[in-house]
Design a protein around this ligand. Sequence first.
Ligand code: ATP
Length: 496
Amino acid sequence: MSLATVPVQAATAVALTGVAKSFGAVRALSPVDFTLRAGECLGLVGHNGAGKSTLMNLLAGVLQPDEGVFTLHGEAIGGAYDVRSAHRFGVRCVFQELSLCPNLSIAENTRIAHPSIRGLGWRRAAARLVGAKLDEIFPGHGLAMDTPVGNLPIGQRQMVEIARAFTETRDKALVVILDEPTSSLDATAASQLVSFVRRFVAGERSAVVISHKIDEVLAATDRVLVMRDGRIVADRPTGAFSRETIVAAMGHAAEQRVAAAAAGARSGPAVVTVASADAASLPLAAHKGEIIGLAGLAGHGQTSLLLRVHEAARRRRPGIAVHSAVALVAGDRQADGVFPLWSIERNMSPRWLRHLTRRGLIDLGAERGRAEDWRKRLALVCKSIESPILSLSGGNQQKALFARALGSPAGLVLMDDPMRGVDVGTKQEVYRLIRGEAEGGRTFLWYTTEMDELFHCDRVYVFHDGRIVREIAAADLTEERVVQASFEQAPAGSAP
Ligand SMILES: Nc1ncnc2c1ncn2[C@@H]1O[C@H](COP(=O)(O)OP(=O)(O)OP(=O)(O)O)[C@@H](O)[C@H]1O
């Protein structure tokens, strides 16, 4: 990187001037100028693969720029800039692909990010610091600091990653980057985080929020930068944007709500039934052609139900009957989704292969053709579908998982909060696809933490504490009903 001093205003916390980054032939970032002011919460939005994470990984010292000048808190960086230098300047990052070690406890993971916690009793000190931060950001989180992180569901892991980034020792957190911080949080935790970030920047500290949840960006930020194909294409105070103008600046067509509830969808045969576990839980049934939403606070049994149904398709599970082949779109793509050493194409095709086999041999041409078709349908941004899956941005990896499930012949598709990190334009395409597939007779069980997505469902089951406490038909669905039911201890029957 070429280094020189650039003049900056006193209130500028970060100025990156003319920074560019390529990965081989992929130009991830054209030279861009980026500034972040002290006391500001900046929203960074753009389509999947626009270059948001790359730009922030440069600021976090994870990647080195090909060219450009860095100035932090008025000081021009005069040498190599890496993760350690970023930490010294108070730059912290909450990564989209969580960076916690699964075999270590919450306290031990905190120590890794904060080397100044040392000496006798470091574990207790780390537990106290991160525990206090969790209490401050997510009151009522209920986490024990000696729990191995790998035992936590993804939403709680995301909370730990966030609290760890904001934890302060003698090293202060001055600039915190949050890359898709609420992608696995339910609405309550997400709004706790937004309130905390507003308090955080009320002093002279700054935050950058990367998100595909546009309403959240509008609520949390002071200014919004829109990126497109490695460039910054719009930079305005948040108040000067609306949801529609942000979506348009990203290069997406205007959003349209897909018609909900296919009339009479329920009349088909049951594809899956789950008996009630006890008197405090309702049974579940999904019929051919139905889109069934699973709602409630994160971690209240929705994912575990999907996994039990998935297992029941292979071997008998008490109380669950599955009358179809199943495909799963994993929500925790790092743990359950991608095959990290395989190409994009190979990651898409495992569920299709049986149908692409001729005389015991895989028809590679057909596999390639189908993968190319899904690449186009989902606007997957990549140089080639033969590239490694890990060369894709997070949202594009998620699209490959969609292609794997939707391209399979399975009659029942299980979706575990599958839109994590997927951009607004692709979501619209996927919603249309799901509705079209349902009309063609496919059944969907769809757990989502995004309230808006429940309105694409024909019926919704609300979970609390591992039980189904409410069934709501599309016609009766309101946000208030879902929120109210999320805190119910026992079934209240169908909505009136
Ligand atoms: N390690 C890598 N190797 C090759 N290409 C990469 C690598 N990391 C990122 N890219 C490419 O750089 C481009 C920008 O990716 P980036 O992750 O910055 O996008 P993004 O805007 O954060 O997307 P998303 O919303 O999906 O997270 C993409 O085309 C991506 O495929």
